[in-house]
Each structure stands twice: as C-alpha cells, then as structure tokens.
Ligand binder design. Structure first.
Ligand code: GDG
Length: 461
C-alpha cells in the first residue's frame, strides 16, 4: 500500500540522482529551483513527488529523502525514445518554441506519450489522499490533468507549463491537438510563464473546442478552468550568498587571470539547445572581431554549453554547427595560447557557475524563444558588486521583468552586435544603476513567491 499524501507534485523527473559512493549506491537531492521552492511545502505536508528516477530498468521502490516521499515511475528504453526524446523533445519542444526547428510528428510517439501520461496518472491516483492537491509540471505531462480528473474527481489539480505556449496558428499544426488541449483542461488552474501564453491558451479553447471564456476563466462542462501567468524565479538569497563566498570570489579572479586578464569577458551559459540562440551570439562576436570593433585578447568569450538531449537529432546537428563556428572564430582570430572563444561542452557545479557569473563583464542571454530563462536571473543575483551587464533577448520570458537589461532581437545580427557593444562600453555608474533595479525586483520576486502565488490561486480556484 503506497503512502498517501495531501500534496503531490508530478514531474517527468524526480529531484534526485543516483550516485555511487564507496558505501555503494545512494540517492542525492539534485539541486534545482523547482525543488528548492517546493521543498518547504512538501516537507510540511509530508508530500509526495511522483516522477522518473532515471535509468530504464525496474523502478526503485518508493523511498524518502530529506522529508519528502519519492514515488518513482518506470520508463523503459522504448518509452525513453518515443515519449521523452520523440514526442516531448522532438515534437512538442520545437513546436512550442515558435517551431525554430521543424517539429517531427510520429504516431508511435504520440501513443507512447499517452501511455506514459496514463502511467503517471495511475501513480498519482495511488498516492493522493481524498481531496489532495496535485501539481503537475510541464510539457511532458500535458495529458495527466484530464486523466487524473477522470480517475479522481475529488482532487484539486494544478498544471504549470515551464515553456512558452504557442499562438493558435502554430498549435493547430499538432496532430492530436484536441487531446492535448483537453488534457490541460482537466486542471483547475493552468499556469504559464507569461500573460501572452495564458491568452493563447484561452483563445485556443474557444477556437478548437468552442468553449466560452470570460477574462482568463474558461467554462468546461459544469466546471471552470482558470489560466494565469506565474513567472518563475530563482532562490535569490541562495545565489547571492553563494556568489559572495570568499572561495567563489577568489575563483572568479582566478578565472579572469586564466583568461589572460582581458578587458572584457563575455559569457554565455546554456544547455546546448537550438532555442538558446548560441549561434546568433557567436556570429555577432565573430563579425565584431572581423570588423575590428572588438579584438582578441582585449575581449574573450566563454561559452558553457551543457550537454543536453544528445540522442535527439536536432541536438546532434546543432552541436556540429556550433562547434564548426567556434573552430572558425578561433581559427581566424585566436593566437597560440590565446583562443577568442573558450567553448566548454561540459556540466559544471553551481559554485563554478557562480564564479563565472562574477567573472563576466557581459552576460549574453539571447534565446530565440524561452519560457523564462533562469540564467539571466542568476547572473543578476550573483552580482553583489552590482558590476556587469546583461544582454537579454526580447523573446525570453525574463525580458518582461528585467527591463533594465540591454534588450535585443536575436534574429537581427546588427541589433545583437550593437547591443553587445553598448553593454561592453556602458559607463560603470549606468551599469550599476541597471543591475541594482533588477536586483531589487528579484528580491521581491523569488521562486518561493512563485510557488506560493500559484498554490494560493489553486487553493482558491
Ligand atoms: C526550462 C525553460 C525556464 C545550466 N548549465 C549548468 C547548470 N545550468 C542551470 C542554470 C539554470 C538552469 O540550468 C537552466 O534554466 P533555464 O531557465 O536557463 O533553461 P531551461 O533548462 O531551458 O529551463 C526555461 C525553466 O524551465 C524554469 O521554468 O526558465 O525557459 O526552457 O538554473 O544555472 N547548472 C549546473 N551546471 C551546469 O553546467 N549545476
């Protein structure tokens, strides 16, 4: 008999990693904004997190870690290929990001997505006590709200989408589109990063299913479904503290020294993903070098491109293109011992990321489309010295809040170049003023506030 909870979080992944130590295998919490925000609520209500534990063998038995019940859902190799890499990351991900890569549609992937969503719904049914609150996370699980409501009309169900929700014209491409929409409409509250996304959703409900809505409330049979914007954030205090530690500060200095103490360090930190605009950023840097408006070694660029979704074809071809561009820039503008671009296809600790943020004069966040983008917020929070400048794409959700960033249109190469130069040459007093305004905003809008506002709204829904 599974342990029952009054609060259940459902996400594709459990917030843990299996690590091998001398004592054998053990579970470690994997740090992340979501778990940080939800941990207090989960711990207080003895809540349960339902998700995949990684690996394709049998799922481990439910276990407890740091006061949270973890309830693993199994995925086998086929599920991984079809539900996760296929339908989630080669169909839905590109479609929801303005189709910046062509979405791939496969019947078998959709079937697998349905099967796996049903498996998650069944698992939640087992662990949720009568009248429990269930919070479903993200695009991998859009059918879960309706599947769950069918099994358990007693539950209060929330859904939050971490990525953009596309305009009607784009959404309409998706085979089986009505099923997805009905899946989401199983929730009492559907949360998005942005107001525009919530609007896209309610309009789609009318367009596709003829449902009536008033403001952001949709009438579905005899119930109502609310849509709303809940922009996610980071644990601001944690990043401030981490970045202020003596060891991080020392490491930041050391990084600059290792880069040859250039005048300008330009930084990018992203999962290696075609939505992040990494190529656009490199192109801008290359053209500024070739026009002589920047030069090496006075300016250098560091790009951390964390390995991601490496079995999905879009990601393999992106890697080839990005690495060719890095080679081209270094070939043309580097010297022995002095590359123009330091490209790191590796994953780093939070401490090292914080040190990189502190070492960077200009942070480039130039996605073609992004639900929010937490890297932009982390950079601002890390700069206790109020130094540095943030170049931010207008197409990141974060641009709605971080108005004092140097905003740009990543599709316009001249705009990216001009904006990058403005950020490089901004007067220190002006840069400080901008960063401080954004820091004040973030302190009042951290991830804790995000979770509370969603759950308060869901409680009242
Ligand atoms: C999705 C949406 C939305 C990156 N490299 C390393 C590392 N990271 C951390 C960053 C940041 C996080 O990963 C990435 O978050 P982003 O928001 O930038 O982007 P996605 O992964 O695409 O996230 C996005 C987010 O969900 C939340 O709703 O903002 O729009 O696409 O925290 O610091 N962390 C470590 N090593 C790395 O190498 N430790």
């Amino acid at each position: 008999m599974a342990k029952r909870s009054s609060f259940v979080v459902v996400a594709n992944r459990l917030p843990v990693d299996r690590v091998t130590t001398e004592a054998g295998q053990e579970w470690r919490p994997s740090p992340g904004g979501l778990v940080t925000a939800l941990h207090p609520v989960l711990a207080k209500q003895r809540g349960t997190w339902v998700g995949w534990a990684g690996g394709t063998g049998e799922a481990p038995e439910p276990f407890e870690l740091e006061g949270i019940h973890l309830h693993p859902v199994p995925l086998d190799a086929d599920d991984l290929e079809r539900y996760y890499e296929g339908q989630s990351n080669a169909t839905i991900w590109p479609l929801y990001h303005d189709a910046v890569e062509t979405p791939v549609y496969r019947r078998r992937w959709r079937e697998s997505y349905r099967e796996v969503n049903a498996r998650f719904a069944t698992a939640v049914d087992k662990v949720a006590e009568q009248g429990a609150t269930v919070w479903v996370q993200d695009y991998q699980l859009q059918l879960v709200p309706a599947m769950l409501r069918e099994r358990r009309p007693d539950l209060r169900i929330g859904f939050f989408l971490h990525i953009p929700f596309p305009p009607i014209e784009l959404f309409m491409q998706m085979p089986g589109r009505a099923e997805i929409l009905r899946g989401l409409l199983g929730a009492d509250l559907v949360g998005f990063q942005q107001r525009l996304a919530a609007q896209n959703f309610v309009r789609l409900a009318r367009h596709l299913l003829g449902l009536r809505y008033q403001g952001n409330t949709i009438k579905v049979d005899d119930r109502t479904v609310k849509a709303g914007a809940f922009p996610i954030s980071i644990d601001v205090e944690e990043m401030e503290k981490l970045a202020a530690t003596a060891s991080v500060q020392a490491r930041a200095k050391q990084i600059r020294a290792e880069l040859g103490d250039p005048e300008t360090v330009v930084l990018g930190v992203d999962r290696l993903d075609y939505t992040k605009g990494i190529e656009q950023r490199f192109k801008a840097f290359r053209e500024l070098l070739s026009e002589g408006r920047l030069s090496v070694p006075q300016a250098v660029m560091v790009q951390v491109a964390t390995p991601s979704r490496e079995r999905v074809e879009h990601y393999q071809t992106l890697r080839v293109r990005v690495e060719r561009e890095v080679g081209r820039i270094n070939g043309e503008f580097g010297r022995v011992g002095v590359p123009a671009v330091h490209y790191l296809h590796q994953s780093y600790s939070r401490t090292e990321l914080a040190a990189l943020y502190c070492a960077a004069d200009v942070m480039m966040v130039t996605p073609l489309r992004d639900g929010m983008n937490l890297v932009a917020k982390e950079y601002i929070a890390a700069r206790a010295d109020a130094g540095g400048a943030l170049v931010l794409s207008e197409f990141a959700g974060a641009a709605t809040e971080l108005r004092q960033a140097f905003l740009c249109n990543p599709y316009d190469p001249e705009a990216v170049k001009e904006t990058m130069l403005r950020a490089i040459t901004v007067a220190p007093s002006e840069a400080k003023r901008r960063i401080k305004v954004m820091q004040r905003h973030l302190r009042n809008h951290d991830v804790d506030r995000w979770a509370r506002s969603f759950l308060d709204e869901l409680g009242g829904a």
